[in-house]
Every structure is written in structure tokens, then in C-alpha cells.
Design a protein around this ligand. Structure first.
Ligand SMILES: Nc1ncnc2c1ncn2[C@@H]1O[C@H](COP(=O)(O)OP(=O)(O)O)[C@@H](O)[C@H]1O
Ligand SMILES: [Mg+2]
Length: 321
């Protein structure tokens, strides 16, 4: 049984004076297996929060269905083993971190020493012990996000939904949240992680779906998505004396570019062998490498609706290289 399943999920809103229908999520399907960490990435307005709210039971789907551990999200039982960190966690500002977590614990049916110990250990884990008795109204955005994370993990859920968990955090806070997510993953929890920050997703998630305008543009293991886009060769060479660059036999329209006496040509893999065969006496090869795209490049291409091969970026330090 999959931990999370979306089955042709659609979410429409009616907006404006004329209550025109707006399609925020346009029929998406995916499954996340038990223990998997899955990245749900896309630019602002892509439909990530709309989807996660259906999964958390906060709003109903217009059509299609969503399941947690095989139970439809319209059934409150689907939330028994679910932890959810909303995009902007909202708490009663006059309560302290300890009080607010006791309140949430009670809602989950926890009590007594078990709850007290759990709250203590979670606050220590997010390095908030010293602020445990301070009212939340005095907290910064980053501190509230940490309390939100404690609330999400309080009842030891199997499936964890995180909507932009790193937003508003400084680099130290980001690293801490990342480590906590990795620990949960190692403990066998399923993590569904929405973000528009790709570097966070790359370090945490095995698979990602890239969502643009309510549709999944690409889905798979990060390494596979990046490799699929990596099919061009970047060849740097010098011209052998007496041969001008115009004398080269080029398999495509692409022209070499010059930097001092070095020429660079970007070629499809299949054209590379032809280029070598036809020009072997005229050139001295200095370097050949595969064009590497990072997930970031791929994401930008998809958001700008470019094909994977139209970017001129030849980042040899591709994040996943
Ligand atoms: N309650 C709502 N009523 C009307 N439109 C909404 C509502 N919630 C979200 N939207 C619209 O749906 C689109 C997707 O929003 P959202 O799911 O929040 O995207 P993301 O989380 O990827 O930034 C946006 O254009 C947003 O303005
Ligand atoms: Mg959002």
C-alpha cells in the first residue's frame, strides 16, 4: 500500500466578482511509497499548497481523490498517522511553546508523562528549550517554524507533509530542519516535501515531481531527471596550424565559439563521433565533457517552457555530478 496516492486530483476555485472558475490543480496523479521522501516542487502559484491541503483534509478535491495509507483524505481516519506543517503555521500568540504543544498533544489524545517527555525532547531537538516558557507572540518567524515542526512530529506520525518548511529560516535553521527531516526519513517515515527552493529538495528527496501551472511536467528520481537532460557534449579544441576554423566539417548548424586560441563546440552525443571523424587532422582536443544540468537548470527550463536542450548553460559542476 502506498503512503500517499493522488488519483487524477483536480482543485478549482471560484474567484472574483463573476466567480469565474480557476483551475489550480489540473488532474495530477502520483504515488509515494512507504518510507520514501518525495519532493513536490514548482514556482509560486503552481498548486503545491492546494494539493497538500487536500492531502491534509483541509479542503476537498473538486474531482479525483487523494489517499493517505490507502484511506481517502475525505475520511478523518486518514489523519491519524499524518503530521502536517502548513506554509504559515498559526498559533495562539499568548500561549508559550510548551502550552501550545500540550494543547496539540491533547487533540491527538496524548497526555501525562508521555506527552511531557515528548514535548521536552522535541523542543530540545529544535534547540528551543530555553524559550519553552516564552509566549509565542515574542517569537521570530524562524522560531515559530521550529515550534510548527514540533507540532508536526508530536504524535510520531508515519506520513509527514511539509509545506515550504525552510521558508523564513536562516542558513543555520535550514540546516537544522534538513537534519530533522533526514532523521525522520532514516527512521522510516514517509516525507512529502513542498518547496520552490531546489537545493533543499536535492539533499532530502529521492524522487521529485515538478509542478507548473497545476500540471506535473516531470517526475522521477532526481539523478534520472538530470541525466536525461545531459545528452550534449562540450568539446574544446585548438586548430592545427594551417587549418582555419572555417575549414571544419560541422555536423550541425552550431558554430564553435572562440576564447583566445581555444574553440568550444557544443554537440549532440550522436554528432560528436562524426565531428571527430571528419576533423581529426585539423584539431587538437583540449577537453571533452558532458554538459551537466543541475535540477535547478531543469526546473528553470520547465518553468520557462523550454525544451531540455535549449539552455546554453554548461555547468560542469552540476550539483548532482
Ligand atoms: N482559496 C483560494 N481561492 C482562490 N484562488 C486560490 C485559493 N488558493 C489558491 N488559489 C490560487 O491557486 C493557485 C495555486 O496556489 P497554491 O496552491 O497556493 O500554489 P503554490 O503553493 O504552489 O504557490 C494560485 O494562482 C492561487 O492564487
Ligand atoms: Mg504554497
Amino acid at each position: 500500500m502506498s503512503a500517499i496516492r493522488l488519483d487524477n486530483l483536480r482543485k478549482h476555485y471560484r474567484t472574483g466578482f463573476w466567480m469565474r472558475q480557476f483551475e489550480a490543480v489540473k488532474g495530477i496523479s502520483l504515488t509515494v511509497e512507504q518510507g520514501e521522501s518525495f519532493g513536490f516542487v514548482g514556482p509560486n502559484g503552481a498548486g503545491k499548497t492546494s494539493t497538500i491541503k487536500v492531502l491534509a483534509g483541509l479542503q476537498s478535491a473538486t474531482s479525483g481523490d487523494a489517499f493517505i495509507n490507502g484511506i481517502s483524505c475525505s475520511n478523518p481516519r486518514s489523519r491519524e498517522h499524518l503530521g502536517f506543517l502548513p506554509e504559515r503555521p498559526y498559533f495562539y500568540t499568548h500561549l508559550t511553546a510548551k502550552e501550545v504543544l500540550r494543547l496539540y498533544g491533547a487533540l491527538f489524545g496524548m497526555k501525562g508523562q508521555v506527552l511531557t517527555d515528548r514535548i521536552q525532547s522535541l523542543l530540545a531537538r529544535v534547540e528551543m528549550t530555553q524559550f519553552a516558557d516564552v509566549a509565542l507572540g515574542k517569537y521570530s518567524k524562524g522560531m515559530l517554524q521550529r515550534v510548527g515542526l514540533c507540532q508536526t512530529l508530536l504524535h510520531d506520525p508515519d506520513v509527514i507533509l511539509l509545506d515550504e518548511p525552510m521558508s523564513g529560516l536562516d542558513p543555520v535553521g535550514r540546516a537544522m530542519v534538513r537534519d530533522i527531516i533526514l532523521e525522520e526519513k532514516q527512521a522510516g517515515r514517509t516525507v512529502f516535501f513542498c518547496s520552490h527552493v531546489l537545493s533543499d529538495v536535492e539533499t532530502i528527496c529521492q524522487r521529485v515531481a515538478i509542478l507548473v501551472k497545476g500540471e506535473i511536467r516531470s517526475m522521477g528520481a532526481i539523478a534520472d531527471l538530470v541525466t536525461a537532460a545531459d545528452s550534449r557534449m562540450v568539446c574544446t579544441f585548438q586548430m592545427v596550424e594551417d587549418y582555419p576554423v572555417e575549414s571544419l566539417n560541422l555536423p550541425t548548424d552550431q558554430q564553435p565559439t572562440a576564447k583566445a586560441d581555444l574553440w568550444t563546440l557544443v554537440l549532440a552525443k550522436s554528432d560528436f563521433a562524426l565531428f571527430l571523424r571528419d576533423n581529426v587532422q585539423k584539431i587538437t582536443i583540449v577537453d571533452v565533457h558532458q554538459e551537466r544540468k543541475s535540477l535547478e537548470d531543469l526546473f528553470v527550463d520547465m518553468v520557462l517552457e523550454k525544451s531540455p536542450h535549449t539552455s546554453s548553460n554548461t555547468n560542469t559542476l552540476g550539483v548532482l555530478a
